[in-house]
Design a protein around this ligand. Sequence first.
Ligand code: MBD
Ligand code: FE
Length: 292
Amino acid sequence: MTNTVDASFNEEVTAKAAESGANASARFRERMTTSGSRAGVVDTERVNYLASKAVKALNDIILEDRVSYEEYNALKAWLIRVGEDGEWPLFLDVWLEHSVEEVANEHREGSKGTIEGPYYIEGSPELPWNGTIPMREDEPGTPMVFSGQVRAVDGTPLSGATLELWHADDLGFYSQFAPGLPEWNLRGTWIADDQGRFEIHSLQPAPYQIPTDGACGQLIEAAGWHAWRPAHLHFKVSAPGYQLITTQLYFPGDPHNDDDIASAVKPELMLDPQPVEGGVAVKYDFVLDPEA
Ligand code: MBD
Ligand code: FE
C-alpha cells in the first residue's frame, strides 16, 4: 500500500490542461460522428425554444445585476479561452451534465446513475468475470477487489452482463488524456459470469482535481472556488434487453463528497470498503431497468 510516487514513473506530472482538453474535444467529436446519437439533430422548433430561453436568461442577468463592459469583456476573453484550451467538454460536464443526467434518468427504478464526465473511451480491453484492470507494473495505489452481481429490477441475475470501468491514477490522470500513460491504463471491460457476478481487481482511486491550468481553472480561481472531485470509479453497466447505466461510485470519508465541483455525488453511490489483507474489498450490486 502506498500513496507515494517514485521517480520511475515517466508520467508528466505537469500534464497541461490544453493537452487533455484538446484530447477530450477530439474524442467527443469522433464519438458524435461514429455513434447513433449525432450532434446537430435537434429540431428547429426545439432549438428556437431553448436557445431563445437561454439567451433571455443571460440578458436578464445582465440587466438585473447591472453587468459592466469590464465584466462583459472578461467573460468574452474567458469564453474564447475555453475554446482554445479545448475545455468545452470539461466545462459542460462539470457544471451542467448533472442536470441533464437527472432528467434522463428520472424514471429509472434500478441503480442510480450519475454523470459520465469527459474521460470515457469506448472499447477498453475485455476481461473475464474476475479479471485485473490493465495497469503498470509499479502502479501506485491500494489494491482493491470490487465484487457484486448485475441483476434486473425484478431480481433476475443477468448472465453475461458487461461492466466497463475507468478511473484516474494516483496522481489524478486518465489514460489517453494525460501524456505518458499506457493506452488502456486503468480502463477495462468485464464480462460477468452466468449469474451476473463479477470480481474486478483494480486500485482504490485517489481524490481528484480537475485541470487547474486551463480556462476552467481560471474561472475556479477567479471565483474563489476549488477544483476537487471526491475519489471516484466510473462505470457503464449493460446487458442485452436492458438499459445501460452510466454511473460513478464514491468512498466514505472523502473530504469532497459534500462539495464535488461536478455535483455528481448521490447517497446511493457511496461504497462501504472493508480492509482486507493487502488492500480493500468492496461489494456493490448493479440493478438494470428493462429497455423501454
Ligand atoms: C473527471 O474525472 C470527472 O469524472 C468529471 C465529471 C469531470 C472532470 C473530470
Ligand atoms: Fe472522473
